[in-house]
Design a binder for this molecule. Structure first.
Ligand code: CMP
Length: 143
């Protein structure tokens, strides 16, 4: 069984999209095993997006992520990483297909509503950054 990290970014929280986004993941069949509404500090945002440090948009990205509360989550299920990314859609909402979260709710890459890990390795790294091990429910009830 695989786990992935999903984060509803400040614009998604502000627009009251937590419910509709969670519904999509639940309807797909993924299982929510940890969730936390939190305002993240600059250092955590910088660590989370460490791979993008050299990008010209890095400081804008960190500012965006720390501009309000985010909803951090761990989702579990078969192919959780790939299935979550399919639900989320392409990084740039302009290219994201209708029916995906970004395709339906976002207009621009600088405000793309939600993040999903791009590999199982990054999922574990990101889960470790945002959650203490004892906050991720080990008692799972897959049907
Ligand atoms: P995310 O899936 O969270 O992973 C990296 C993030 O960087 C991405 O979503 C966008 O929010 C952001 N990003 C990627 N490319 C750009 C860009 N050209 N301009 C601004 N932000 C970007």
């Amino acid at each position: 069984m695989e786990r992935t990290f999903v984060m509803i970014k400040p614009d998604g929280v502000k627009r009251q999209l937590i419910g509709p986004i969670i519904t999509r993941f639940e309807q797909k069949g993924l299982l929510l095993t940890a969730i936390q509404l939190m305002t993240i500090e600059q250092s955590l945002a910088e660590q989370h997006y460490g791979e993008l440090q050299s990008k010209p948009f890095f400081s804008e990205l960190v500012h965006y992520l720390t501009s309000g509360p985010v909803c951090a989550m761990v989702w579990e299920g078969q192919h959780a990483v790939a299935n979550a990314r399919a639900l989320i859609g392409k990084t740039n909402p302009v290219e994201a297909a209708p029916g995906t979260i970004r395709g339906d709710y976002a207009l621009d890459i600088a405000g793309n509503i939600v993040h999903g890990s791009d590999s199982t390795e990054n999922a574990q790294r990101e889960i470790n950054l945002f959650f203490h091990a004892d906050r991720v429910d080990p008692m799972l009830f897959h049907m």
